[in-house]
Design a protein around this ligand. Sequence first.
Ligand SMILES: [Zn+2]
Length: 494
Amino acid sequence: MKELEFYLEQRKKLSAFNYIDFLTGWDAQTDAAAGSIAADSAYQSVLAEMEYKLTTDPEFERCVEALYANRETLDEALRHEIEVTHKSVADTKKIPMNEYSAFGELTAKAYPVYVEAKLTGNFRLFEPYLERIVRYCRKLTVWLESDSAKGYDVLLDMYEPHFTQAKYDAFFDVLRNRLVPFVKQKTARVAPVPQWAKQKIEKEKQREFCEYIRDVMCFDKNFGIMKESEHPFTSGIGTDDVRITTHYYENDFVSSVFSVIHETGHATYERQVDPKLNGTLCGGGASLGMHESQSRFYENIIGRSEAFWRVHYPKLQSVFAPKLDGVSVEEFVGYVNRTEASFVRTEADELTYPLHIMLRYEIEQKLISGELETADLPEYWNKKFTEYFGITPPNDSLGVLQDVHWAYGDFGYFPTYALGSAIAAQLYHAMSKDFNVEQSLASGTTARVNAWLKERVHKYGASKYPDEILRLATGEDFNPDYYVNYLIAKYSRN
Ligand SMILES: [Zn+2]
């Protein structure tokens, strides 16, 4: 078919642009000196324009349309890719061009104002921008609505396909009813941070242990390096170049250790995708939620377990010697699983984390439906926060202004974070039926866990929708009970 040939040629070019985006983005966040960013941006705009022309090429659109009409004749992965591309091409056309570019300008202007507002704790400074951003997102839901997605559903679907308000509502209802009272009880008394956890550990020592952790997780270093950045992240292209970063705090070594376990979880997912999907648009993870489920599976379920540290704590002690000599493995595991009510989402522990997301979900839902206006946000935030956590943010920097997502217009993104944790628990339940996960860690590596996840989740890449992969992996639809049961069982032991 001529259309298929053209499509594949165009896809090759698009993949080359993805490759350049990955490399320049990686460089900007790791090695580039602050002053070099200016030189970079001049070329970036040229590349962005070329890429835009490729995706909006009328011939490309015509081919996607023709392939979509004949999708039953395509192999499974390509059929899925065409369905997704067809929707994204159609959606882009539904957004009025002038509105779209005005929104781009708006968020570009909003960002520095947001930063200033957060620094000074002055929500009123940012509010006029946020008000316009919300107004645009409300319009977006009208432009893109379909039979299956209306209102906030439209935005949710952009980050997690098929995950509607009805599903999220059911999820967060379970958290509200079962987890909120449990968290109140567990955070009523908080143990102080032990002195040993705040000792100075040189960056080099931390790096040495983090590289050891990558080996424990069987990450083949021929296919990805680890560097430093302000915020840890994973980036790559295909299965053969998957890189991670971490951030070393000399007085908080636990932070880099768990960042590396988390990011190596993301990286393992990317590495274990079927290599046949390299160069297609179906490589990488199936969705944000599915990606986060993998990083959190390794970070929380594996990395914070006693079984894991029974094997690896002696190595930690010897690399950091003599600083942890008097600290037992039980004390260490207890510390990395301590819980307390705190104001900032990114610093929250495993147990309290989903409640931070629940709060944001409820607020987004009300903002998009028009039930809540941006002017009333700080007051509403503080009231709900106090209700769920029993403490009140002392200022808006520690409250409604703490996250950057809304300044970018990313409404619908937050819920995927909590969904990821919940999917991880459901996968853990299914995995435990096949073998004893804790016992498998005694071998010294996560090889058995990796193999199970590869077969059930990773190999599919993005060639299926995430809800379909979850059904294949666990034999059932998303079920939040596994998550709440897991959290309550784990934190009842502490
Ligand atoms: Zn992550």
